[in-house]
Write a protein that binds this ligand. Structure first.
Ligand code: NAP
Length: 343
């Protein structure tokens, strides 16, 4: 039996989740939605996805018909057939969809990191909160930055309890397809207040870290990836090899070496291109091997996060948890990784 997944919002995240769902054995794409009849809508149909209008207004279907893009109806024509919806709508629209569509139609839904933790039952990361989200109805897959931090805390916590973590996040200004957002020539504290919201967002997934994680964030003119510098005080005395071993054992985390030519995020993305990855996606958290250092009981490391793809496998595991398709989070992770070619 395959479960039917509706993707509401076929943008950077939605289109990747749709392709990822279509590669799993236990799920299928029921349809995808767009508000605009643009090239992405046309390509979705050419890929074989059934296209619906995200706005429940029959009049709007004419816009698609005028452009010759076959559209099956509005979201309300398909919502009741869905076992679950993955919301890929812009920030804040997901919450509106939750209140106005998913809850009234009693369909399970996954929101993305642009929404608030408090608006859902719980917050998902496959390593930390799979069991908590098992069978739940409304869950948020946390943002790209938070997903990266949660994976890092997983391999660190497996070596030693964390006493205190300080993280500086250098965030990409915009996605590569975004021609509206800046800055183009500035470094912008965002938010200017410290701590930033990223620490509390980690706590929404790992409540036991309350009071231990402090973050500060800047935006820089790049579109490729985010970069984080972690400074983590550990309870135990460990060495660099303990950390590298733990990384090796953690799914969806890889190391790259500066010496091998990974001198920046540009080279990491080039690696994705050379691997022939679809859309040059790197859903793995990437750690610079040489950056892993221990001074007394403090761990330092640098990591890179491909914002457009890191949450995609998490959405797949979240579907399995919420629909109770697989009890064991590591088995789900393995199925997803195998289907998507993730290391
Ligand atoms: P995006 O690229 O702007 O795509 C948004 C999609 O939602 C578009 O296909 C848009 O369709 C559609 N849409 C617009 N209004 C809608 C509505 N009322 N209902 C349903 N769909 C609607 O956005 P995104 O970057 O994928 O972000 C989606 C969510 O993921 C946000 O919460 C964001 O914070 C989060 N997220 C993003 C990233 C990232 O790096 N991009 C990473 C992690 C999490 P039209 O184009 O036809 O209007």
């Amino acid at each position: 039996m395959t479960v039917k997944v509706l993707i509401n919002g076929y943008g950077s995240i939605g289109k990747r989740v749709a392709d990822a769902v279509s590669k799993q054995k236990d799920m299928e794409v029921l349809g995808v939605t767009k508000t605009k009849p643009d090239f992405e809508a046309k390509l979705a149909v050419e890929k074989g996805y059934k296209l619906y209008c995200a706005i429940p207004d029959k009049e709007r279907l004419k816009l698609f018909e005028e452009k010759g893009i076959p559209v099956e109806g509005t979201i309300l024509d398909v919502i009741e057939e869905a076992d679950i919806v993955v919301d890929g709508a812009p920030k804040k629209v997901g919450k509106k969809n939750l209140e106005e569509i998913y809850k009234p139609y009693k369909v399970k839904a996954i929101l993305q990191g642009g929404e608030k933790a408090k608006d859902v039952e719980d917050n998902f990361n496959a390593l930390w909160s799979y069991n908590r989200c098992f069978g739940k109805d409304y869950i948020r897959v946390v943002s790209c930055n938070t997903t990266g931090l949660c994976r890092a805390f997983y391999f660190i916590n497996n070596v030693s309890e964390i006493k205190k973590a300080r993280i500086v996040l250098v965030r990409r200004a915009a996605d590569p397809n975004d021609d509206k957002t800046g800055p183009v020539n500035a470094i912008k504290p965002n938010p200017v207040t410290v701590p930033s919201h990223h620490g509390p967002d980690v706590i929404s997934v790992i409540p036991e870290f309350e009071g231990k994680v402090l973050t500060s964030a800047l935006i820089v003119p790049t579109t490729l990836m985010h970069q984080h510098t972690l400074m983590v005080e550990l309870e135990k005395s460990v060495n660099v090899d303990d950390i590298l071993d733990s990384i090796e054992k953690t799914p969806r985390v890889i190391t790259v070496s500066y010496e091998d030519g990974f001198t920046s995020t540009a080279q990491i993305i080039e690696y994705g291109r050379d691997l022939g990855r679809e859309r040059y996606d790197i859903p793995e958290l990437v750690i610079w091997k040489e950056s892993v250092n221990i001074v007394e009981n403090e761990l330092f490391l640098m990591q890179a996060v491909h914002q457009e793809s890191i949450v995609v496998p998490e959405n797949i595991d979240c579907i399995r948890a919420m629909l109770q398709l697989e009890e064991d989070n590591f088995k789900s992770i393995e199925k997803t990784n195998k289907a998507l070619g993730i290391k």
